[in-house]
Design a protein around this ligand. Structure first.
Ligand code: NAD
Ligand code: ZN
Length: 366
């Protein structure tokens, strides 16, 4: 993979659908706004990004000081139709027409919901994404998925809609809490594990995270890996399932952790645990060499929260895994590795094998 060597200004990924800029926002957004006239600009934020990210954006791009600010409450529980109504109402009341621009400034919740609101408002207005969490920068910035949670099901209402552009500035990561950083890092490690062994070493060298970390190159690499996979399979028929590595067991643990009497995990934290468990299955079922298993585990241990599971939790976790939408014909499917960098989709595993994998995972915390 070729990476343009311009560490000062950052990188530009000219995807056929839209450009993704990685680096300082100022010049690029100003340039975008001057070259794309809009009848009005609206910035969608949540309480946290209004406090931490909006001042940075407005200081860098003074034209945005007059933009309408649409504020919503933070968190996945607000990624719903009710919040969309608030957003649509604000835009209607402030006379946003079909030439208005919506700027989504926030994590994946803001990006997904703002993108959905823009894609449907007056049959679609332009929107740009300024992701401010590491997870949204490396994961949600590619793939054009927008949507909300509905009927208790995550992302059950949505669409594929391309933003006009994505602007990624690692400056926003300075205020992001460490668990959120590590959660985003988990998806970066996943990208390396399924497609690029060298990136794994580079990510390893970033751990533990230092305040001066230069994120630009690694964010760029990570996006490129996801993009290559999404490009080959835009509607998630086959190859894109490689991105599910760690997610079969990870989602099961995530759902379990969100039960009222458990300690909630962030998505990336649960996926870290899921990857450790699925590495065990990779060795067992795809003959991942032991030395590679150890290398991968070494990196993941630096990201993993301590999360011991009791034996009586297993049946509940297994139920969540069995009900996952990724399963077909009654069997549980995982993406597994035969090598670091080589992923195989739709590997059927049994409940007994998952139990073994959970025991393996648990051995790190007992
Ligand atoms: N569209 C996609 O392809 C895609 C991919 C991955 C995830 N997602 C979605 O993204 C969501 C998760 O994203 P997320 O982890 O970014 O969650 P999030 O948007 O809830 O952000 C996490 C928390 O960080 C706060 N925050 C954001 N930026 C900050 C900053 N710079 N400084 C301080 N605090 C900040 C937010 O207010 C929030 O409290 C999920 O809804 C998921 O479905 C979508
Ligand atoms: Zn994920």
């Amino acid at each position: 993979m070729m990476i343009p060597d311009n560490p000062n200004t950052g990188h530009c990924l000219n995807l056929p659908e839209y450009p993704v800029y990685i680096g300082t926002l100022r010049d690029r957004i100003c340039h975008f706004l001057e070259n794309n006239r809009h009848s009005g600009c609206f910035i969608l934020v949540d309480d946290n990004t209004q406090q931490h990210c909006l001042p940075v954006l407005q200081q860098q791009v003074p034209q945005l000081n007059t933009a309408g600010i649409v504020n919503i409450e933070p968190g996945e529980i607000h990624k719903n139709l009710k919040t969309c109504e608030l957003i649509w109402n604000y835009m209607l009341e402030n006379r946003a027409d079909r030439n208005a621009l919506l700027i989504n400034l926030g994590g994946g919740v803001i990006g997904d919901m703002g993108g959905f609101c823009a894609a449907t408002y007056k049959r679609g207005i332009r929107f740009i994404q300024i992701p401010t969490t590491l997870l949204a920068q490396v994961d949600a910035s590619v793939g054009a998925k927008v949507g909300i949670d509905f009927g208790g099901v995550k992302n059950s209402i949505g669409a594929f809609a391309n933003p006009a552009a994505v602007f990624i500035d690692p400056v926003f990561l300075q205020t992001l809490p460490m668990p959120q950083i590590l959660s985003g890092m988990a998806e970066m490690v996943k990208h390396a594990l399924i497609a690029e062994p060298q990136a794994l070493q580079e990510l390893h060298s970033l751990l533990p995270i230092q305040p001066v970390t230069d994120w630009k190159k690694m964010i760029y690499k990570s996006i490129l890996i996801k993009y290559e996979i999404v490009k080959a399979d835009p509607f998630e028929k086959n190859i894109r399932k490689k991105l599910n590595f760690g997610h079969t067991i990870g989602h099961g643990i995530e759902s379990f952790s969100l039960l009222p009497d458990q300690t909630p995990l962030l998505h990336g934290q649960a996926v870290t645990l899921g990857m450790i468990a699925e590495l065990y299955l990779s060795e067992k079922k795809q003959h991942l060499p032991k030395s590679q298993l150890q290398t991968a585990i070494e990196v993941l241990q630096k990201l993993a929260p301590s999360y011991p599971l009791a034996g009586h939790h297993y049946p509940q976790i297994l139920r969540f895994i069995a009900n996952d939408k990724k399963n077909q014909n009654g069997s549980i499917n995982c993406t597994l590795l035969s090598q670091i960098g080589t992923a195989h989709t739709d590997c059927a595993v049994t409940a007994e094998e998952i139990t073994e994998a959970l025991n393996f995972l648990n051995s790190f915390f007992n």
